[in-house]
Design a protein around this ligand. Structure first.
Ligand SMILES: CC(C)(COP(=O)(O)OP(=O)(O)OC[C@H]1O[C@@H](n2cnc3c(N)ncnc32)[C@H](O)[C@@H]1OP(=O)(O)O)[C@@H](O)C(=O)NCCC(=O)NCCS
Length: 156
């Protein structure tokens, strides 16, 4: 889907993204930990700062020049040439339109072509069947279930 692109997250994009953010219950195995999201500019600033690291690339998923989600390639290990993908779209209005699938495909390309990785890992809580479906659809292999999580891997 060409209408989606990834761009490196900036502080401004991060603020714009989180102003209309909703936490998704699908990522909480323990619903006692789920809380509706409340936007706070200072908290988003701190979040953005905390995500700046040589072992992580934080992307904004862009559609029509607006951020509609974030995607991270994290735990980047340049010796073992592997990293871990995580993704969260902004709210329900942008889910279920193929954007997550498109963004994950672009992230794999970036991990292999730009970062020179040989493998990308991902994990989801067991109940998050939508995320599992998307990972499997684009070619991630299911590895194992451990604790509350299912683990996946895409080898180049
Ligand atoms: C998971 C997420 C990134 C997927 O992105 P998306 O744009 O909503 O998904 P897409 O529209 O690209 O694809 C959804 C696919 O899952 C399928 N699907 C939808 N609900 C499903 C469910 N409950 N169980 C299994 N498959 C499901 C759809 O049919 C579609 O598959 P298809 O293309 O084969 O028809 C997005 O929904 C999201 O951000 N969710 C909240 C955070 C999250 O779960 N992040 C992942 C943490 S590991």
């Amino acid at each position: 889907m060409e209408e989606i692109s990834l761009c490196i997250m900036t502080r401004e994009l991060c603020q714009e993204l989180y102003r209309d953010w909703k936490n998704d219950p699908a990522i909480y195995m323990d619903m006692d930990k789920f809380e509706p999201y409340h936007y706070n500019e200072a908290v988003v600033d701190r979040y953005f700062d905390s995500r700046q690291s040589p072992s992580r690339v934080l992307f904004a998923i862009m559609k029509d020049s607006k951020p509609i989600g974030e995607l991270q390639l994290k735990q980047i290990d340049r010796e073992r040439k592997e990293c871990t993908l995580s993704i969260h779209l902004q709210n329900d209005s942008v889910k279920g339109h193929g954007y997550g699938t498109a963004a994950e495909k672009l992230a794999l390309k970036y991990a292999f072509d730009t970062l020179g990785m040989n493998a990308v890992n991902a994990d989801t809580v067991i109940k998050n069947t939508r995320s599992q479906h998307v990972l499997e659809k684009i070619g991630f292999k299911y590895i194992e279930e451990k604790g509350d999580f299912k683990y996946y891997r895409f080898d180049r």
